[in-house]
Design a protein around this ligand. Structure first.
Ligand code: OXD
Ligand code: MN
Length: 587
């Protein structure tokens, strides 16, 4: 691979002097090179080769037991000014942080090889594409990046002699949890990650670049980097309409992204196409609409709970060329398993820690945050537009959360600014399993709380400003699949039936269906939610769409408390929207 980019060569040289690896290996993206690395990793135990007849191209990886999730308390935005990171990010002075990190990186790759991964977020050459270089000492990272992004020679070619790239340095170092840092220097286009081997902390193209750094770039360059799935709904006329949707974790985002229409819709000819399951980059197109690409090339999905019923498409996506992390190994046939994949756990198995396990002691076999890393093109419902360098035009933006009573099944914002307000007050109620405190609302504006690379107040202002410059704005909605009845059972069936709600949403975008105006926005007439083939009557839909004023009054107090954090960076428009809500509620 010929590299003519002097700054890139100089930076790799500098990082090699710092970390002192035995060898420097440039990743060219070829299958031969990736396979030779897998062979090395089989030898060291970093990867385990699974049954190649049943799971061709699939491997298993186990991370260290203290290193199984993103570490938000050790994730930093080191902008020069603290106020640019804002109250929702950890911050340290960049010079102080560099000094601290350089000490940790000093000699950390001695006795190891250094891999230099050129990668692209977005299709190489697309107007949306942005390039990165990740330096790492982990083969797991190399093979994962080769699934999650576009890697290799074509990126070097696209960079040419002086193309811009995001600098990413990762080392597993000692996997020391006390010295684990995931650090972003937005003004230097640099990401540094050390002492972790877990995906979200080390696959630097994903959360670190495509959300934290990219959100900062989007702020400067008038576009949006969002924690959103992208899907297309094809109607019986063959027309495809696209939606972006943001949800906090544990709200079924991957399931919605790969939704299978209910029988009644399938018969009519409806199809749902997945463009992306986690991240959307949105730009104003020449036609004045907002266009979205998924900058990733694969899915890094949560495994437990994924099964043929809950998400057939995700399961099918993992049938080949997939990396499984921290799941159960079935020793009988070298395949994998996780909770709820099938009813019965394998009897002769190793759990995610590699210990003998048969489930008889009640312990979980797979880690609750165990993952599959699968090529997007494996997904049976991957959109034909997935590789379109121009992206897809977005008709609706959907926000959502997990609320037992407050939020109705669906409502539409009155306009863009109100929609930004709706996104800013997003949140999910905690479940007992998560924190012990049931029903506490954890606010997660636009599902970006852990991923916004700058001040959240400035981010809302950026959203408002975008509204001023997008000629044909998408309409903004909020959904809640999680309303419960008095017994605590979910009222709405969810999963594939969520298409019924998407149908109303898209109908609104194309002026095909009416709405009624309420205190909180526009809502469907109950009879406009199609319940054909469902065991749900109009009364139940009415209940799902009801707005309890007392709950909303309490909600207002929660919003005021949350907004107080942002001081004078809270856009005046957000307060204005809040005052409209209060007025509508008679407060
Ligand atoms: C993810 C997350 O892993 O949002 O996608 O945490
Ligand atoms: Mn995510």
């Amino acid at each position: 691979m010929k590299i003519n980019h002097k700054e890139l060569l100089a930076w790799v040289d500098e990082m090699a002097k710092l970390t002192q690896p035995d060898n420097i290996i440039w990743i060219d993206g070829s299958e031969e090179q990736l396979e030779s690395l897998r062979q090395i990793a089989y030898g060291t135990g970093e990867l385990y080769k699974l049954n190649q007849e049943k799971l061709p191209g699939c491997v298993l990886h186990r991370s260290a037991v203290n290193d199984v999730a993103r570490v938000e308390d050790r994730t930093f935005i080191c902008s020069r000014k603290e106020e640019d990171a804002g109250p929702t990010n950890n911050w340290m002075d960049p010079q102080e942080m560099y000094a601290k990190l350089y000490k940790l990186y000093d000699g950390c790759m001695k006795g190891r090889d250094m891999y230099v991964i050129p990668y692209s977020m977005g299709v190489v050459g697309s107007p949306f594409a942005k390039y990165g270089i990740e330096i790492t000492d982990s083969i797991y990272v190399v093979v994962s990046m080769a699934i999650m992004t576009r890697v290799g020679e074509k990126v070097i070619e696209a960079l040419g002699e002086n193309g811009e790239f995001i600098h990413g340095l990762h080392s597993k170092a000692q996997l020391d949890a006390e010295e684990r840092y995931i650090v972003h220097f937005p003004e230097d286009n640099t990401i540094m990650s050390i002492n972790s081997g877990y995906g979200g902390n080390v696959l630097l193209g994903k959360k670190c670049f495509a959300l934290r750094i990219a959100s900062h770039l989007g702020h400067k360059e008038n576009w949006l980097a969002e924690h959103m799935l992208i899907l297309g709904v094809e109607n019986p006329q063959g027309e495809v309409r696209y939606v972006c949707a943001a949800f906090p974790s544990a709200c079924g985002k991957t399931n919605l992204a790969m939704l299978i229409p209910p029988e009644i819709y399938k018969e009519k000819g409806y199809k749902v196409w997945c463009v992306g399951d986690d991240i959307a980059w949105l730009r104003i197109g020449p036609d004045g609409r907002l266009w979205a690409v998924n900058p990733e090339n694969g899915f890094f999905g949560v495994a437990p709970g994924t099964n043929a019923k809950s998400n057939y498409n995700a399961l099918a996506a993992t049938s080949k060329n997939t990396i499984f992390t921290n799941v159960v190994l079935n020793k009988d046939d070298d395949t994998v398993w996780w909770e709820k994949m099938t009813d019965d756990a394998p009897k002769n198995a190793l759990n995610w820690k590699g210990e003998e396990w048969d489930g008889s002691d009640g312990s979980k076999g797979a880690h609750p945050n165990s993952r599959f890393t699968a090529p997007a093109t494996n997904c049976p419902c991957i959109s034909p537009e997935f590789e379109n360098p121009q992206g897809v035009p977005i008709s609706a933006i959907v926000f959502g959360g997990r609320r037992a009573k407050t939020a109705p099944l669906v409502y539409q914002s009155r306009d863009w600014a109100h929609g930004v307000f709706v996104g800013s007050i997003m949140g999910s109620e905690t479940t007992a399993a998560a924190t012990g405190a049931v029903g506490v609302v954890r606010r997660d504006p636009m599902a970006m709380l852990p991923f916004c690379g700058y001040h959240m107040g400035d981010y809302w202002q950026h959203w408002l400003n975008m509204g001023d410059i997008i000629p044909n704005k998408p309409k903004i909605f909020n959904v809640n699949w999680f309303r419960t009845d008095d017994n605590g059972d979910f009222i709405w069936p969810g999963f594939g039936d969520n298409l019924r709600v998407l149908e109303w949403i898209l109908g609104r975008c194309f002026d095909e269906v009416d709405a009624v105006e309420t205190e909180i926005g526009f809502m469907p007439k109950p009879e406009d939610i199609n319940t054909e083939g469902l065991d749900i009557d109009v009364e139940t839909i009415k209940e799902l769409l009801s707005v309890d004023r007392d709950l909303w009054k309490a909600e207002v107090e929660g919003i005021e408390e949350f907004y107080a954090k942002f001081g004078d960076k809270l856009p005046a428009e957000m307060n204005h929207q809040l005052s409209i809500l209060k007025e509508n509620l008679g407060m």
